[in-house]
Design a protein around this ligand. Structure first.
Ligand code: C5P
Length: 393
């Protein structure tokens, strides 16, 4: 868990910082609040002190720090500094390396990542001076979160709203994930496949794609390049992930085979249909009075094919079982010659936001208790890193 300095500068969005603080703490992070004098006109330090359970720091002459070096000490303890809201004035200060109050001095003296969440009137955001300052901070390596667009406190509508606390918390948590896979390339399949019977009918599996998409996101957060081969799902593509849309198992196989040579780790999360219709009709089949017989032929087993390549990537399979998970999963892992297989109980997992997994590898089995799919995906990244590249948390 991380220690975050939450810097609050003067803007009406400061009232939302209390919610951001709570969300970060709920995720197990500790948060030290530092405010500018202007921020205190919008939200009281007492509120933030009560919520964070720590004294709030306001100025560089604070006598509570033993060596009178709050600007150094507070920054040294932090894994990241987040300024939310970051006013136009504070952004200008940062861009010029000014250090005339505790928060700006802290930012200048930092040795950890800095993220800012701009919040201001739309004209102020569009002003060339602000644009120049933001460009400067971006090239200095500062991460700019937002701003969003919508109704502003001044009554105008446009760009400049601070992102919502939940969005900010997500950004902060995802950018503070350990970069376990820098320089590595992941290929991930997700979702169901759809095997057409005719132009309007088809055979598919139940799969929302949520687990595969969470894994793609977790891999990306860990610093990897990620290609996601996705069957038909209604999910947003995770940020900075390259997505290839496919429908049938054969299309999925072709896409995987085109991409696999360049990848280091292949995670097959897709619920691939085991069979397709032998002679799909290109015209709609008319309803007859008697029964309709379909001839089904086996689809290629994409994962088994990848695992059998001469130089396979590190292959991770999934097994959704309805019973006897350990037995079926371990059997599947051996049959497909996989270093790692992730098992789950199908009826617990499909379409849900949370899940419960068991990892099976050469060294044993590792249960991951019930949690949301992104948390599980991050734990899976840690396990793969440990096994595949010997990296630690
Ligand atoms: O269907 P089965 O239980 O064998 O699936 C186990 C693993 O194999 C999963 O990771 C799934 O994505 C993969 N698979 C595949 N191609 C298939 C069937 C399954 O890649 N035709």
């Amino acid at each position: 868990m991380k220690h975050i300095v939450l810097g609050i500068s003067g803007g009406i969005a400061a009232y939302k910082s209390a919610e951001l603080l709570r969300l970060l703490m709920k995720q197990g992070h500790s948060v030290q609040v530092v405010m500018t004098e202007a921020a205190c006109h919008f939200i009281s330090p007492t509120t933030l002190q009560a919520l964070s359970g720590r004294p709030v720091y306001l100025d560089q002459w604070d006598e509570r720090t033993p060596n009178n070096m709050a600007h150094i000490n507070l920054g040294r303890e932090a894994d990241a500094i987040v300024i939310a809201p970051a006013s136009a004035d504070f952004i200008a200060k940062l861009a010029h390396g000014m250090a005339d109050d505790l928060l700006s001095t802290l930012c200048l003296a930092r040795n950890c990542p800095l993220m800012i969440a701009p919040a201001m009137n739309r004209e102020m955001w569009q002003n060339k001076a602000t644009a120049r300052n933001i460009a400067q901070l971006t090239s200095d390596g500062v991460e700019i979160l937002g701003p969003g667009t919508g109704l502003q406190a001044c009554g105008e509508t446009g760009m400049g709203r601070m992102l919502e606390p939940s969005e900010l918390a997500e950004h902060i948590i995802s950018s503070s994930q350990p970069k376990l896979f820098l320089g590595k390339k992941f290929l991930i399949t997700a979702g169901p496949t759809y095997e057409a019977i005719d132009p309007v009918r088809g055979i598919t599996n139940q799969s929302s794609g949520k687990m595969g998409y969470a894994i793609a996101r977790a891999a990306r957060e860990s610093g990897a390049e990620v290609v996601l081969v996705s069957g038909p799902v209604s999910l947003a593509t995770p940020v900075n992930v390259r997505r290839i849309n496919v429908k049938s198992a054969e299309e999925m196989r072709d896409a995987v085979m085109r991409e696999v040579a360049a990848c280091d780790i292949f995670i097959s999360v897709a619920a691939v249909a085991d069979y397709r219709v032998a002679n799909r009709s290109f015209q709609k089949i008319k309803k007859g009075s008697s029964a309709l017989t379909l001839e089904l032929v086996a689809n290629p087993d994409i994962l088994a094919e990848v695992a059998a390549l001469e130089h396979p990537p590190y292959c991770v399979g999934f097994a959704a079982e309805s019973e006897n998970l350990a037995e079926h999963a371990e059997q599947k892992r051996r049959a497909k010659r996989l270093p790692l297989l992730v098992g789950n109980i199908a009826q617990d997992a499909i379409g849900q936001d949370d899940n419960e997994l068991v990892l099976f590898d050469e060294q044993g089995s590792y249960p991951l208790p019930r949690a949301d799919k992104l948390t599980l995906a991050r734990q899976l990244m840690q396990h793969i890193a440990l096994r595949h590249i010997g990296a630690r948390k």
